[in-house]
Design a protein around this ligand. Sequence first.
Ligand SMILES: C[S@@+](CC[C@H](N)C(=O)[O-])C[C@H]1O[C@@H](n2cnc3c(N)ncnc32)[C@H](O)[C@@H]1O
Length: 415
Amino acid sequence: MTNVARTTATITRLGHQGDGVALGPLFAPRTLPDEVVSGVVEGSQLTDIRIETPSEHRIQAPCRHYKSCGGCQLQHASDDFVADWKLSIVKTALAAQGLETKFRPIHTSPARSRRRATLTVRRTKKGAMAGFHGRASGVITPIPDCHLLDPSLIAAIPLAEALAMEGASRKTPLLVTLTTSETGLDVLVRDGKPLDSTLRVTLATLAGQHGVARLTWEDEQVAMEQPPLQAFGSARVCPPPGSFLQATRDGEAALLAAVQEITKGAKRIVDFFAGCGTFSLPLAAQAEIYALEGGRGMIEAMQAGWRQGKGLKKLKAEVRDLFRNPLLPEDLKPFGAFYEAAVIDPPRAGAEAQVAQLAAARTPVIAYVSCNPVTFARDAKTLVAAGYSLNWVQVVDQFRWSAHTELVASFTLAS
Ligand SMILES: C[S@@+](CC[C@H](N)C(=O)[O-])C[C@H]1O[C@@H](n2cnc3c(N)ncnc32)[C@H](O)[C@@H]1O
């Protein structure tokens, strides 16, 4: 066997994907700052890594699948380290825009609380195998003891495998998205065989046997034992299959509590990128709401939930592309009255166009929820330049053990 030359390097920082980075840059997955590591250099990657001098923040990964599974990136680091790292990502993004602010303590969702997962399921000679993709590979890693997912998702692995045995082709793995709901699992399947009448009956039978609330095959609903309801305040909403939900109920509650605190006392609130009503419907207990969202099915689901909610104030819900057609200042003054507060929770691209209009409208209070610190900091700069104070930021970590960072921030117009 040929001897492959090994290189030694010291990790200086973590990159955006959570990989350790040494001078070069040389990327070394699953290493931590200040660690001395050795390995084989392949392009800009270090492979076959050995930790020569471990960081004081290195811990034994809690999950036995961590070594092979690609679902988590940071189980080898202590919770305190990950919290500080996520805070530093937001601080650095703000500093790049010339901004700083107070940070509230990070809120991290507990283990086993993720409410949705997409499993890859491949047919095998003996049946089927469900799991997550392995680290940087197409290999599927079974995850029966996963520490990330709600236990009801783990309990549905046999269902996912049964769906693949009946409905996956030999070559293409099935993508099975499982979502918890108040009434049972909501299951969405992609990349399956085309439906015919026999397969429809088989799948509906499987859904019944496994107590599934709703089974959707591509775009067709195959079974609906009960509508898969999500609770948003007093309302119960049946979201379109696969539509956006916050990643954990715990994280959703933390974000909502912060949004409620920021908008407290407002009698009219506008909610941009409102989804199915995660914030709009609980806030409708205290204020009239104008909710805007690009997905028609989500707006219809929100409206249906509102109609059944108890003691809710008026909801105006509108389908609108807020990138191309942001709400203008004059739209924010119905009948001469201002919206007193805005909630804005855009996708990763942020909300450049809408934030510019909000700043022009001089909406006094803004709760900004973001899943991308870089676009958040860009939009924060627009607001601060228009006279807003960035009062505080709280990082809400719903994506435990990943490199993903989410936050909620409070802005008020300085008088
Ligand atoms: C981060 S999610 C937030 C949803 C909601 N606030 C929640 O907490 O459930 C962003 C939302 O923006 C919507 N969206 C994406 N692009 C959009 C656009 N151009 N105009 C309006 N809505 C858009 C998505 O459908 C999604 O519901």
